[in-house]
Design a protein. Structure first.
Length: 303
């Protein structure tokens, strides 16, 4: 098997240990979703609750186009396209050039796999309102859907500059576009992520993507350093600890990796039953026990 950065074996040009870390990241994400899903659902409410709330607002003020736009967004999320299109028609009759109405029209064209039509709608809006960061971000989506990745990245970078504050997802999308460009621009993706972290703080998603890019570039110590930026907030979180153990394994710091896995298992065992059950369902606890067995003295395998 050919060698990669730091002498690690590679597969298809990627260090095998990086592939292992990626598999762990997917497992950890599944665990995190299981833990957070109930709270997230309660925070945003069900589609039926939101539909009822927006319908009540429409009943109180049927001349406000934004009320129809908001209900249409609920319909879109639920996959009720016909109902969303009907609310778009109502909003358009009230205010055809309102930015929210125009952006809804573009989103529905994207839903119908018509990115060029969505782009034309957004170009007209941006000609009138070039500083509309949300519209420009949506324009980037349309360009990406057309396969115009480099143009999408340029539009999204400008959208971020025009949005205050931007969302972490915008920086994540920009990094993904830059890596997907031809040729890939990983160095710029790194700079954009770091700019996002400087502007928004250590958002876990931005840190995680910065770690992934460091790994892809074979910079294992750098990946660990970025992961550790979340230590003040997550040092007792089992998902974070398992991820740290994997990164320490990648860096060949085996005793520290063993300590991280041990701490992760202790953290899992200390969780309330419901939260621990979620991690068991995601397979994280079993994975930690397997890693501890493999990493115990006399059984340590070379990464």
């Amino acid at each position: 098997m050919p060698g990669g950065p730091g002498g690690h074996p590679t597969c298809d040009g990627m260090p095998v240990v990086v592939r292992r870390v990626g598999a762990l990241a997917a497992l950890a994400l599944a665990a995190a979703v299981l833990l957070l899903w109930p709270a997230t659902s309660r925070a945003h409410g069900s589609h039926s609750e939101r539909e009822r709330e927006t319908s009540e607002r429409i009943a109180r003020d049927p001349r406000d186009p934004v009320n129809y736009v908001e209900r249409a967004e609920v319909y879109r999320e639920a996959g009720h396209r016909a109902e969303a299109e009907a609310d778009l028609a109502r909003a358009t009759a009230l205010a055809p050039e309102h930015p929210a109405v125009v952006m809804l029209a573009a989103k529905l064209r994207l839903d119908r796999k018509e990115p060029a039509a969505a782009g034309r709608i957004l170009d007209a809006l941006l000609a009138r309102d070039p500083g509309n960061g949300r519209a420009r971000s949506l324009r980037a989506d349309a360009l990406e859907a057309e396969g115009r990745v480099a143009e999408a990245a340029r539009q999204l970078e400008r959208a971020i500059a025009d949005t205050d504050p931007p969302a972490p997802d915008q920086y994540l999308q920009l990094a993904r576009l830059l890596v997907a460009s031809r040729p890939p621009d990983s160095a710029r993706a790194v700079r954009m992520l770091e700019r996002g972290i400087d502007r928004l703080g250590p958002a876990p998603g931005l840190i995680a993507r910065r770690v992934e890019l460091a790994l892809a570039l074979g910079r294992f110590d750098e990946a660990l350093s970025w992961h550790d930026r979340l230590r003040p907030f997550m040092e007792s979180d089992p998902v974070w600890l398992v991820r740290r153990g994997e990164l320490l394994e990648v860096s060949r710091r085996t005793l520290e990796a063993l300590a991280a896995y041990t701490a992760a298992l202790e953290a899992i065992e200390a969780l309330p039953p419901r939260r621990r059950a979620a991690l068991v369902a995601a397979g994280l606890e079993a994975d930690v026990r397997t890693r501890l067995h493999r990493s115990s003295p006399g059984r340590m395998e070379s990464p």
